[in-house]
Ligand binder design. Structure first.
Ligand code: ADP
Ligand code: MG
Length: 343
C-alpha cells in the first residue's frame, strides 16, 4: 500500500515537473515591433508563453500610447497641438506630458542648455525624422535665422505653470518642443510598469539604443553588447546586466548622412545649430531608469567628455562609457561593461 502511494506521488511529481518544463521554456520569449521610429524588442524569461505574450502586447500598446501623445511628427499628438499653439498664451498640458517636459527642462538646466527640448524648429530644419531622410544640410541662413531668433528673445522660452496647474506657455517664436531625446526612455519605463503589473519579473527591453533590464535571465544576468560606432557588425563592449538597470546609447551613427566629407547626424548642438561635435561619437549611460539614461546620453554627447562627466556627477547611481572620435574610450569606475574592441 505504502509503496503504491509512493509510486503515485512520484508519478504526480514527474507530471508537475513535466508541465513546469513545458510551460517555462529555457529560452527567452522575444517579440519585436516597429515603434517610435525604431525596432523595439521585448524579451521575457521563464514565463508561460500565453501570459508573457499578453504582458508584452500590453507593454507595446502602452508605448504606442505614449508615442501618440509625445511625438512631434504626429499632427494629432498633444505635443504637436502645443507646438501649433499661439506663442505667449498659456495652454493646457496633461499631467503625463508635463512630467516628461519638466524632466527635460531640468536636464537642460543641468546641461547648461546643451540638452534642449525647445529645439523642435531646428530639428524641423534638419529633417532627420523625415522619410526619406535628408542628404544635404539645411541652408546656412535658415540655421543663422533660428539662432538669431533664439538669441533675440529669452533663450529657453518654455514656461510651466505650478505643478498642480498643468499649463505650458511657449514664448519664443523659434521654440518648438522636441522630446526625441528623452521620451523614448519614458515610454520604455511605462512598458516596464505594464510588464511588472502583469507579473513579469524577468525581462529585457531594447528600443533602438535604449535598453532596460528587469530581473535576470533564469538567475543569470542578461548579456548585451554595445555597438562599435564605426562598424555596424562589430561590438565595442559587452555587459552583464541584472536587476533594475537602464542603458541608453546616443551616437552619431544612428541617423546621419555624409556631405562634403562631413558627418551630419541627429544630435544637435543648440549653440551652433549644427550636429553636435564635441569629440565623442558614442555615449552610453547606465542609470536606474530609462528616462534618466536616455536624457543623459543625449546631453553628454552634446557636452563632450569634460563637461559631460561634470554633469554626470549630479546623478548618483549613473555611470557612462564614452567613445571618442579617435576610437579610444573612457568609462567611469562603476560602469558595468567590458571593453572588447581592442585598445
Ligand atoms: P535616439 O533617439 O536615436 O535614441 P537620442 O536619445 O540621443 O537618440 O536622441 C536624439 C533625438 O533627440 C533627436 O532625434 C532629436 O529629436 C532630439 N535632440 C537632438 N539634439 C538634442 C539636444 N541637444 N537636446 C535635446 N534633444 C535633442
Ligand atoms: Mg536620449
Amino acid at each position: 500500500m505504502r509503496g503504491r502511494i509512493g509510486l503515485v506521488l512520484t508519478l504526480a511529481l514527474l507530471l508537475v515537473a513535466g508541465w513546469w518544463w513545458q510551460e517555462r521554456p529555457l529560452r527567452p520569449s522575444v517579440t519585436t515591433r516597429l515603434l517610435m521610429g525604431t525596432l523595439v524588442e521585448i524579451s521575457t524569461w521563464g514565463m508561460p508563453e500565453a501570459l508573457s505574450m499578453r504582458a508584452v502586447a500590453l507593454a507595446f500598446d502602452e508605448m504606442t500610447r505614449v508615442e501618440e501623445r509625445m511625438s512631434r511628427m504626429r499632427p494629432e499628438s498633444e505635443l504637436a497641438r502645443i507646438n501649433r499653439g499661439q506663442r505667449g498664451q498659456w495652454q493646457p498640458i496633461s499631467a503625463e506630458l508635463a512630467l516628461v517636459v519638466d524632466r527635460g527642462l531640468a536636464m537642460g538646466r543641468l546641461a547648461s542648455g546643451a540638452f534642449d527640448i525647445g529645439l523642435g524648429s531646428l530639428s524641423d530644419l534638419w529633417g532627420f525624422s523625415l522619410e526619406p531622410p535628408p542628404t544635404r544640410p539645411p541652408p546656412a541662413d535658415r540655421i543663422a535665422g533660428w539662432l538669431a531668433q533664439r538669441a533675440r528673445q529669452n533663450d529657453a522660452g518654455i514656461e510651466r505653470s505650478g505643478e498642480s496647474e498643468k499649463k505650458i506657455r511657449l514664448d519664443n517664436a523659434g521654440v518648438g518642443l522636441d522630446l526625441g531625446g528623452i521620451a523614448k526612455g519614458y515610454a520604455v519605463e511605462r512598458a516596464v510598469e505594464m510588464l511588472r503589473r502583469e507579473g513579469v519579473q524577468d525581462a529585457l527591453i531594447n528600443a533602438g539604443g535604449d535598453m532596460r533590464i528587469l530581473g535576470s535571465k533564469g538567475g543569470k544576468p542578461w548579456h548585451v553588447g554595445l555597438r562599435d560606432p564605426r562598424d555596424p557588425q562589430g561590438v565595442a563592449a559587452i555587459l552583464d546586466l541584472a536587476g533594475e538597470v537602464a542603458l541608453s546609447t546616443s551616437g552619431d551613427y544612428e541617423r546621419f548622412f555624409m556631405a562634403d566629407g562631413i558627418r551630419h547626424h541627429h544630435i544637435l548642438d543648440p549653440k551652433t545649430g549644427q550636429s553636435a561635435r564635441a569629440g565623442l561619437i558614442s555615449v552610453s549611460v547606465q542609470a536606474p531608469d530609462s528616462m534618466t539614461a536616455d536624457g543623459l546620453s543625449t546631453a553628454l554627447f552634446v557636452l563632450g567628455e569634460q563637461a559631460g562627466l561634470a554633469m554626470l556627477r549630479h546623478f548618483p547611481g549613473c555611470e557612462a562609457l564614452l567613445i571618442r572620435e579617435d576610437g579610444s574610450h573612457f568609462q567611469t569606475t562603476g560602469f558595468i561593461g567590458r571593453w572588447v574592441k581592442g585598445p
